[in-house]
Design a protein around this ligand. Structure first.
Ligand code: VG1
Ligand code: CO
Length: 544
């Protein structure tokens, strides 16, 4: 029973994007495609002998097949121990938790996050390092290099492993543990928040809530934590069984895709609290009665109120946000006299800051918030943070947020996405915009004066690594900001993201409709970049 060496041919398109390698399922089904990438990961972190690997995914179509392949490859490559989530399930934050708790050398997470699943939809794979966080660029670059020259891979010959029963299985020299995907994570959450206060809140009868798992991975986690451990009524968690196609939906927790939840919070008899998470459980959306919390504001509010949560009662070291995220958290950090870092898009850039203890909380505009408890953004954690806050403050969500704006001012924020546009046209638009950068300052465009413009670069303060070309930023003299960048997670054509934000301090103007408050900025964005003529689109596909 020797590991078999299989000949393979390199693929040239296995460069990981913002968060791992994402492609159509059909691309992953090409002979050797998955194997090549996995072998490239193992070659990059070799030697694998004697090491422990964590493995799981969001349950989407092709998850189980991929897990079987990866187990056999891990055995053949000499890992001594593999921890696999039961049923092949591990949410992204839970995988991070399990890697850290078990001191594994890393983990493989199978997910395309919020992208739809199914035979004709998306699949993805990413490697997280021993800190539990997404591989930093150094590592993803090395993995990509490896995929370009790969000639063979190792796979053990065996029957499929039973994934549905908790068990320990010995395969050759490797111990495979099928673990409960929920318990370690649920224990961690219980250790961080005031579950007694939250229990009192959710079982009081006058606080009605709903968690929409969107047929994705967080269903079992939310059931265990919100219903079983916190005692919320059965049925509080909806769409709680992970389905391979997410019920045909788009498991992206925003006002557009989480419409079932939105109806419950904005309908005739609205609930007090609603929340949702994405395909792999790392994103979150939090709603109050007739009220939406923008993720940028959420990060600012969690920062301002962290001292009310047991896990952060001693204070927080600092915060970070991705560049396109609004500057709401910067204002809070300044008032608290703690550092605030601005990083490129993608959770991998927070890892060093978290590891070095420079920050405790961090977040992105794309419905991602997290902290030093793991090394991924964490959807359920953010929801529990809000529940704990409400339990302490005993105020409705809207009041908590409006009080925050009254104190700090409000950063209106929106993101306009143009999806699956022609790649060449999108690249052309960005490169023409970049060419204009040196002459933009001082120009008046659509009535607004440009203060400065640049193409965002980041130097990691921990290891001094430099990341360039992370998005065009345009600052206006009136405090507005426009950011243009291309998505690194799409699987079809290019997705153009336009981020707009502006600051408002006038107490009379804190409750405007967001698109209305940003309408001038939207006009400037079009005038400066020519979005319509480059993309051929009259309006964005998704507005968040
Ligand atoms: C998007 C978001 C980014 C997030 C990334 C992964 O990336 O903008 O903030 O970190 O998705 O999130 P991009 O390159 O498409 O803009 V997830 O929940 O898809 O792992
Ligand atoms: Co996700």
């Amino acid at each position: 029973n020797q590991p078999k060496k299989y000949k393979t041919r390199a693929f040239i398109d296995q460069k990981p994007g913002t968060s791992g390698l994402r492609k159509k399922v059909t691309q992953f089904q090409q002979v050797g495609y998955l194997e090549n990438f996995v072998q490239a990961v193992f070659n990059t972190i070799s030697p694998c002998q004697g090491k422990k690997l964590v493995l799981g995914g969001d349950g989407r179509y092709f998850n189980r097949e991929a897990i079987q392949v990866i187990i056999r490859m891990a055995v053949a490559n000499g890992f001594s121990h593999i921890l696999v989530g039961q049923g092949g399930i591990l949410s992204t934050p839970a995988a991070s938790c399990v890697i850290r708790k078990n001191q594994a050398c890393g983990g493989i997470i199978l997910s395309a996050s919020h992208n739809p699943g199914g035979p004709d939809e998306d699949f993805g794979i990413k490697f997280n390092a021993e800190n539990g966080g997404p591989a930093p660029e150094k590592l993803t670059d090395a993995i990509f290099e490896e995929t370009l020259s790969i000639e063979n891979y190792l796979k053990f010959d065996s029957a499929d492993i039973e994934l549905d029963q908790l068990a320990t299985i010995q395969l050759d020299q490797c111990q495979i543990d099928i673990i409960d995907p929920v318990s370690d994570y649920a224990d961690l959450m219980e250790s961080m928040f005031d579950f007694d206060a939250m229990k009192a809140l959710v079982s009081s009868g006058d606080f009605r809530l709903c968690f929409d798992a969107m047929h994705a991975v967080n269903g079992p986690y939310a059931k265990e934590i919100i219903e079983n451990r916190l005692g919320a009524p059965k049925g509080t968690v909806i769409n709680s069984i992970p389905l391979t196609d997410f019920g045909g939906g788009h498991p992206d927790p925003n006002l557009v895709h989480a419409h079932e939840l939105v109806d419950l919070l904005y309908g005739d008899d609205p609930l007090d609290f609603g929340a949702a998470s994405d395909g792999d459980g790392d994103r979150n959306m939090v709603l109050g009665k007739n009220f939406f919390i923008n993720p940028c504001d959420s990060l600012a509010l969690l920062t301002a109120n962290a001292h009310l949560i047991p896990a952060y009662a001693d204070g927080i070291a600092g915060v970070a946000r991705s560049m396109p995220t609004s500057r709401a958290v910067d204002r809070v950090a300044k008032a608290m006299n703690i550092p605030c870092y601005e990083t490129p898009t993608g959770w991998k850039f927070f890892g060093n800051l978290l590891d070095a203890g420079k920050i405790t909380l961090c977040g992105e505009e794309s419905f991602g918030t997290g902290s030093s408890h793991v090394r991924e953004k964490d959807g359920l954690w953010a929801v529990l943070f809000w529940l704990n806050l409400i339990a302490v403050k005993k105020q409705p969500v809207s009041e908590i947020v409006m009080n925050h704006w009254a104190q700090y001012g409000r950063d209106y924020f929106t993101r306009h996405d143009y999806e699956a546009v022609d790649s060449a046209a999108a690249k052309d638009m960005i490169s023409q915009l970049k060419a204009k950068i040196p002459t933009l300052a001082g120009q008046v465009i659509a009535g607004a004066t440009i203060e400065s413009a640049d193409d965002f670069e980041y130097i990691d303060p921990v290891d001094n690594s430099k990341t360039t070309a992370q998005g065009v930023r345009i600052y206006l003299t009136n405090g507005g900001r426009i950011v243009f960048r291309l998505s690194g997670t799409g699987t079809q054509g290019a997705t153009l993201r336009v981020y707009l934000d502006t600051y408002q301090q006038n107490p009379e103007l804190l409750a405007q409709e967001t698109q209305q408050a940003l309408s001038e900025l939207i006009t400037v964005a079009e005038a400066v970049a020519g979005i319509k003529s480059f993309t051929g689109r009259e309006k964005p596909d998704v507005i968040t």
